[in-house]
Structures are given as C-alpha cells and as structure tokens.
Write a new protein. Structure first.
Length: 363
C-alpha cells in the first residue's frame, strides 16, 4: 500500500472509503519526549490519518500503569501539531470529555470497558450534545452486538453525525493464539444493522503480540474493513502499558507498505466465473438448509420417543461422542477441527433446545 492511499479523516468520514484510515501511536502517552519521538518516526515511515495516545488508561487490575493523566494530553496535541496530524484519545466519563474538548483533541474514542455500560455511554453522549466532533466506538469486551450498536446509536441520537466503530476483538475464556478473539462475524452483524457506519480494526488488541499484528492487519483488509488503529511506540520493549503488542514506527511502516488493499467492487462487476461459483454456493446453501430441516424433523421424532420412554433430553455421553467423532472428520478443505467442533456443538445445542420446547408443549 503506497503512502498516498492513506485517507484524511474528513474525506474518510464524508465520502466513500477509497483507501483505509490509519490511526497509530502509543498505547499510553508517557512523556513529551516519548510521544514526540514516536510521532516524528511515524511521519518518517508511514503517513497516518490520526495520532493516537492514551491519557487515561482504565486497567483490568489496580496497580498497573493507568496513564499520566491530564498533563499528557497537551503532550499528545503538541506532538500532533509537530507532524501536522490530528489527534485522538480515549474518554471514559464526562470529566474526560470536558478536558479533551477544552484542550482541543480532534477525535474521541470510547473504550471497550465503557461501551459495555449504557449508563456511561449515555452520560458521555449527553456531554457531547451539540458538539461537532468525530467519535470512534470500540466493541464491548464481550460479544454483545446490541451494546455496540446501541452505543453508536446513542451518539447519533444527540446529533453527532461522524461515528465509526472499532473492532478490537472479544474476550474468550479459552486460551487461543490471540489476546482477544476476532470473531469477525460480529463486525458483519454490525454492518448488517448499520450499513452506513464504517468499521476500523484494532489489530493490536486482537493480536496481543506484535508478531501477529501484520497478519491481523491483512485479514482486516481482506474482509473489506475501513481502516486500522495500531499501537506504535518508539521503544515498545520498555513501554509502560501493553508493551508486547506495540510496534516501533519503522516496523509498522513496513507492514503498511506491504498491505494488499482490495478495491471495493460492486457485484455487477463480477466476472462470469465468479458469478458461476457464487451460484454454486447458493445451491449448496439451499441444500444445507434442506438437510437441517430434515435433521430437525428427526430430532422431533427423537423427542417424542424420549418423552414416551422417560429419557432425559440431554445425554452427556452422546453429546461428547457426537462432537468428538464429527470433529475428527474435519481434515479437508477448510474443515479444521475447531470449525467442526463449533459447527456440531452449535447444531446439537439448538437440537436440544428444540426438543426441550417440544416436550414442554406436549406436557
């Protein structure tokens, strides 16, 4: 991706996404020297649309570095001015909002720990009523699309027209490759609910490790996301917060330069070969629906027999056997064990719920 393809924040919000928005900067603003050096290095190695930096850092556990506070906001603004780039920071309450507006921050973002609470979001929205400032809303920590969409709607309801979403991944109790599971389908769900809202991806919080950030960036572009929000620090190894996931500006520049950006073509421009393959997928999907209809018909008969024989709906041994056997069959094109496990666990879950509803009706 060449430098000229990075879009200015105003153009990005007000028109079609011809090129991605790029937001970069440290997790936390630690000192005037740190934020200025980071900003200057970013300007040297990759053009950015917004310079980000955390002033207040709400942490999961007390005792962690929670940001310098209000004093560091001016350091961020000064660094942005030095490289001619607008600035953005996180706000979590009305006091933060008032301070950021007074200082002259250009864009505000709402963090995952705030989005999860509608009361906090509404208070911040009320504080911004009548203010023309762009807002970026991160998804809540847990996968609740209603809260995400609701937060965006609250800002729109007070007259803020420029609101975008930030996909930063979702907490999972299972230990996986990423710090936060991407669960990309939730972004698709948000886009279906709010097709006019642009979605930025935060690969740093998804990845949790700087080595994984490049691949998440590319996946985001492959999926047609509208921008990236990447944590970058002049010396990430000694960063006071989230050191493992931050990249130095030079490395980030290489990542951005090597990104493959796919033009967003309309379907009517698709080739005949692509149309033919999509038709095949549509036919296969129809077949899947019919197979599931048949499966639920069998599940209904099973529910009737279980009711007659006094057998419980859920059979733990049967469930474990089913999921294990189906998972082991997933060794072909795209049929990973993880996919097969999730697929059949979901099918069985809804089958059990269906059988339970049937037996309640009959009783």
């Amino acid at each position: 991706m060449v430098a000229s393809k990075i879009q200015h924040i105003d153009q990005w919000f007000d028109g079609p996404t011809e090129s991605p928005l790029l937001i970069a900067g440290p997790c936390s603003v630690e000192s005037p020297e740190q934020i200025l050096a980071t900003a200057q290095a970013l300007k040297e190695h990759t053009p950015i649309s917004l310079l980000r930096g955390g002033v207040w850092k709400p942490r999961t556990k007390p005792g962690s570095f929670e940001g310098v506070g209000l004093e560091s906001m001016q350091w961020l603004i000064d660094a942005g001015r030095a490289i001619g780039t607008p600035t953005t920071t996180e706000v979590a309450n009305t006091e933060h909002v008032e301070a950021a507006l007074k200082a002259g921050i250009d864009v505000l973002w709402i963090g995952a720990r705030t989005t999860v609470n509608p009361f906090y979001v509404q208070e911040i929205a009320e504080a911004l009523k009548g203010v023309k400032i762009p807002i970026l809303v991160k998804n809540p920590i847990h996968a609740e699309i209603g809260l995400w969409a609701g937060a965006i709607e609250r800002f729109k309801n007070v007259g803020i027209e420029r609101v975008a979403a930030v996909h930063r991944g979702f907490f999972s109790s299972a230990k996986g490759v990423y710090r936060n599971e991407p669960h990309w389908h939730h972004s698709f769900g948000l886009r279906a609910l709010m097709p006019d809202v642009k979605i930025i991806v935060d690969p740093s919080h998804i990845a949790g490790k700087r080595l994984l950030v490049p691949e998440v960036c590319q996946v985001a572009m492959d999926l047609g996301m509208d921008g990236l929000m990447v944590e970058s620090h002049i010396t990430p190894e000694i960063a006071l917060s989230d050191a493992a996931q931050q990249m130095n500006p030079e490395k980030l520049g290489e990542v951005i330069k090597n990104l493959v950006i796919h033009p967003k073509k309309l379907d009517h421009g698709a080739s005949e070969a692509l149309k033919s393959l999509r038709d095949s997928l549509d036919e296969l999907d129809d077949n899947l629906v019919e197979i599931m209809r048949q499966r639920f018909a069998v599940a209904k008969d099973i529910a009737i027999i279980k009711e007659q024989e006094g057998t419980s709906i859920f059979q733990m041994e049967r469930w474990l056997k089913l999921v294990k056997e189906r998972t082991e069959k997933g060794d072909g094109e795209g049929l990973t064990p993880e996919f097969m496990h999730d697929l059949f666990a979901t099918i069985h879950k809804y089958s059990v719920e269906y059988q339970t509803r049937l037996t309640k009706k009959e009783s």
